[in-house]
Design a protein around this ligand. Structure first.
Ligand SMILES: Nc1ncnc2c1ncn2[C@@H]1O[C@H](COP(=O)(O)OP(=O)(O)OP(=O)(O)O)[C@@H](O)[C@H]1O
Ligand code: SF4
Ligand SMILES: [Mg+2]
Length: 379
């Protein structure tokens, strides 16, 4: 048999949602009476990100790096400080009121902890019907009842679940209800923020598989946020890695895991054990020195320079690297990515730097948000 002369062309990518230089800066307030702004938390600081129709984009990074804030800003649940979001080609920035509400039906969010996102006093039926009513999709008892039973079956729950309350279910089942609730309004995009991190490991795979099945059945597009690289790898077509409010690397899932090019991604991946004992013995392990700096006082230049084992005397602490395409579809925000990849620059030891507090808080400081900054920056 003769081989075809040319490879079949990959289907063209159609952006469903596009973030264009999105920034979300939360003000740090001080003083009970005057309520002065004394600084900002740079939670998201200039992110360009496109999720194509029908794909799953995984967003990973340490706690506090801005993943949830970016997800919320893309759905306009948090107002961006600057930048644009286009949904299906329409600019959401200037959209308000009824128009925005109608558009929102097409973008839904699934949260980490279904218990806190499901009202414990509402039955499953009432939780599911709520969104349908808000968007005029409740077409009478019979057709709505049929639709709810179909949705429950799609997420693997019996129709008897309709009469029960959230506390009567296990964590995994509650997450299934959360997913069914998002589906009631027939969305195009689902932003799933840590959808399985509150679940037992044995249940995590089931929920991930369910998300994949539903994607095929309902033609969904996903933005999946997780701190666990293993979760994102399994489900994502493309992966973006965030560090301190910025995207530092983006590639197809296969490329990113086969050849991570940003020092931060290399460090993250080096912490993930490999099942093959021979590979496990030989694999590179990069221990990051120091703590994650405060997003209220991000380092100058490359934000990773205080912890980077490849940091150079030139550029690293003075110029913020742009996200550049190094190979087709593989973007990296590092001045020295090619030299590091080619082994021309080698890793060196990093002395931990003291991470400063973001400001000298006086006794009367009333903190809007950043009070939790240091608390949320866990390992
Ligand atoms: N409403 C807010 N007001 C002030 N600061 C906020 C607010 N929401 C988030 N932040 C801060 O912005 C930064 C980014 O938070 P975000 O929740 O987006 O991080 P994350 O990557 O989702 O973390 P995690 O993995 O812990 O969920 C953190 O320092 C957080 O404390
Ligand atoms: S720009 Fe410099 S500090 Fe930043 S990741 Fe690259 S080598 Fe490290
Ligand atoms: Mg989060």
């Amino acid at each position: 048999m003769t081989a075809p002369a040319t490879e079949p062309a990959a289907p063209a990518a159609h952006p469903l949602i596009e973030a264009d230089d999105i920034k979300v800066h939360f003000p740090i307030k001080r003083g009970i009476v005057l309520d002065r702004t004394v600084g900002h938390v740079y939670a998201v600081d200039g992110v360009d990100l496109v999720v194509n129709r029908g794909e799953t984009y995984g967003l990973v990074g340490e706690s506090g790096c801005g993943k949830s804030t970016l997800g919320r800003a893309m759905l306009k649940l948090t107002e961006p400080t600057s930048g644009r979001v286009l949904f299906d080609g329409v600019d959401l920035s200037a959209m308000k009121g009824e128009k925005l509400r109608t558009m929102r039906r097409r973008m839904q969010m699934v949260f980490q902890d279904p218990m806190s996102s499901l009202d414990p006093r509402q039955s499953v039926e009432s939780l599911l019907v709520e969104g349908m009513r808000a968007h005029n999709l409740d077409k009478g008892k019979e057709s709505t009842g049929k639709r709810l039973r179909e949705l429950l079956s799609a997420v693997g729950l019996p129709s008897t679940a309709l009469r029960k309350y959230p506390h009567e279910f296990s964590g995994g089942q509650r997450q299934r209800i959360g997913i069914a609730r998002a589906l009631t309004v027939e969305p195009d995009l689902i932003v799933a923020d840590e959808p399985v991190s509150a679940l037992d490991v044995s249940v995590q795979a089931q929920v991930i598989n369910l998300l994949e099945d539903l994607q095929d059945e309902f033609g969904l597009t996903y933005l999946v946020i997780a701190h666990d690289l293993a979760v994102v790898r399994h489900i994502s077509d493309r992966v973006g890695v965030m560090y301190l409010g910025g995207l530092v690397e983006e590639a197809t899932s296969d490329d990113l895991y086969a050849e991570p090019l940003h020092p931060y991604t290399r460090a993250l991946l080096s912490a993930v054990p490999v099942p093959d004992p021979v590979v496990e013995d030989r694999r590179e392990r990069i221990l990051l020195a120091g703590d994650l700096p405060s997003p209220a006082r991000p380092p100058t230049g490359c934000r990773f320079h205080t912890r980077c084992p490849w940091k150079q005397a030139e550029k690293c602490d003075t110029e913020r690297p742009a996200l550049r395409e190094i190979t087709p579809g593989h973007r990296v925000a590092c001045h020295w990515a090619e030299d590091i990849r080619d082994g021309k620059i080698r890793a060196h030891e990093v002395k931990p730097e003291l991470v400063e507090m973001e400001w000298d808080a006086p006794d009367d400081a009333s903190l809007a948000g950043p009070a939790s900054v240091t608390e949320t920056l866990g390992p």
